[in-house]
Ligand binder design. Structure first.
Ligand SMILES: O=C(O)/C=C/c1cccc(O)c1O
Ligand SMILES: [Fe+2]
Length: 380
């Protein structure tokens, strides 16, 4: 597979971006570390051994899109993130992502699962094919996480959907461009793990990653506030129940198409009427990002799942991938975030967000410059 993303930029024919295009000179000067591969620790320049990027996903991209200016804005955010990641040149990637009843069902629904092999199904036209999973490292990771008191399942035939495929394609250029350990976090199928457990999982993965002495990239996929019409067992008729309890691993084409069209239709309706689904919650989303940026990850430990669903929608639980990725990064010490971007995008049924992070030897900033409007990337 050629490691060139179909989107952003290429698919929409936008001009190629120069390095740093998302950061103004003033902002670059204020945050010189954000673009560097090395950072100062004491008197020497240390190699950054970990980097983080969290990104919302949406299978509606290319099906129901916002106006071109917003599309170009998101394109710029993702292209710049991809450039930063390329500069970091990760040797190993840990990707935390949910699933949407495409690879994980109620026959056995684990809260967490690490794949030693994985295959993307290509739903909604996203990339299909095998991920490049280093099997022995993935096996070692499972063993290390279990030894670290976090119970995680293992899959030798993990089936994944747009949740995994989109960040791999957008940020790394394709499904198999970098060695990746896929870490599934259940974010749709009740009962779900808590923020606290996601944090503990992330810390355990982070401790394993740190033991490897490699340049490691932690990616998280999903969120923020949203509630697309993902099927639910509680309201399922007999046919859907059969699918959700294990008969859905290989949907016939007509059912796949019906499911895709249902979501596309819901997105069109949502653009017209933002009460047709659970409304997006920009305030909650931005507060969540600020909490992660502050380093106070435990603050979310006590937020009950039902409360989160009520605040920001039933699919908001996808943000536990962000929690896990930040917890993994926190194992490397204090961190600094950068390149915060947030915009509610009804066309994509998503509070759409993007944020990077890297270790720092000084305490992380606790304040995040205000959220003047959701239109601008807010590097810091
Ligand atoms: O798989 C689906 O049916 C819907 C997925 C979806 C829609 C909108 C935002 C998301 O994060 C999704 O995963
Ligand atoms: Fe999702």
């Amino acid at each position: 597979m050629a490691c060139t993303p179909r989107w952003p930029s290429a698919r929409h024919g936008l001009p190629p971006r120069r390095a740093d295009s998302s950061v103004s000179p003033v902002q670059s000067a204020r945050h010189p570390l954000a673009q560097r591969v090395g950072h100062f620790c004491g008197k020497v320049i240390c190699t950054v051994t970990a980097y983080l990027h969290c990104l919302s996903h949406t299978p509606l991209l290319g099906h129901v899109d916002p106006e071109p200016a917003i599309l170009a804005e998101v394109d710029g955010v993702i292209a710049a993130a991809r450039e930063r990641i390329a500069a970091f040149d990760p040797e190993l990637v840990f990707l935390f992502s949910p699933d949407h009843y495409n690879g994980f069902f109620y026959d056995i629904m684990p809260p967490f699962c690490i794949g030693t092999q994985a295959h993307a199904i290509g739903d909604f036209g996203t990339a299909a094919g095998d991920l490049s999973v280093p099997q022995e490292l993935a096996e070692d990771c499972v063993a290390a996480v279990l030894a670290d008191d976090v119970d995680v399942a293992i899959s030798y035939t993990m089936q994944v959907d747009h949740g995994f495929a989109q960040p791999l394609e957008f940020l790394l250029g394709g499904l198999d461009c970098k060695p990746v350990i896929p870490v599934f976090i259940n974010g749709v199928a009740v009962p779900m793990p808590s923020f606290r457990r996601a944090r503990r999982l992330g810390e355990a993965v982070g401790r394993y990653a740190r033991s490897l002495d490699k340049r490691v990239l932690f990616l998280a996929s999903g969120g923020l506030s949203h509630q697309p019409p993902v099927p639910e067992l509680a309201n399922a008729n007999a046919h859907l129940r059969e699918r959700l309890t294990g008969g859905g691993y290989h949907l016939p084409p007509d059912e796949r198409e019906a499911r895709t069209q249902r979501v596309i239709h819901a997105a069109h309706r949502f653009v017209q009427d933002q009460n047709s689904l659970h409304p997006l919650n920009p305030q909650w989303d931005q507060g969540f990002m600020a909490t992660l940026a502050s380093g106070r990850l435990e603050e979310l430990d006590g937020l009950a799942n039902a409360e989160l669903s009520a605040l920001a929608g039933k699919s908001t639980h996808e943000v536990k991938t962000w929690m896990a990725a930040f917890a993994a990064l926190s194992v490397y010490g204090n961190y600094q975030t950068s390149h915060h971007y947030y915009r509610p995008i009804p066309e994509w049924i998503a509070g759409y967000a993007s944020m990077s992070g890297q270790p720092l030897d000084v305490p992380p900033q606790t304040a995040w410059p205000s959220y003047p409007s959701p239109t601008q990337e807010t590097p810091r």
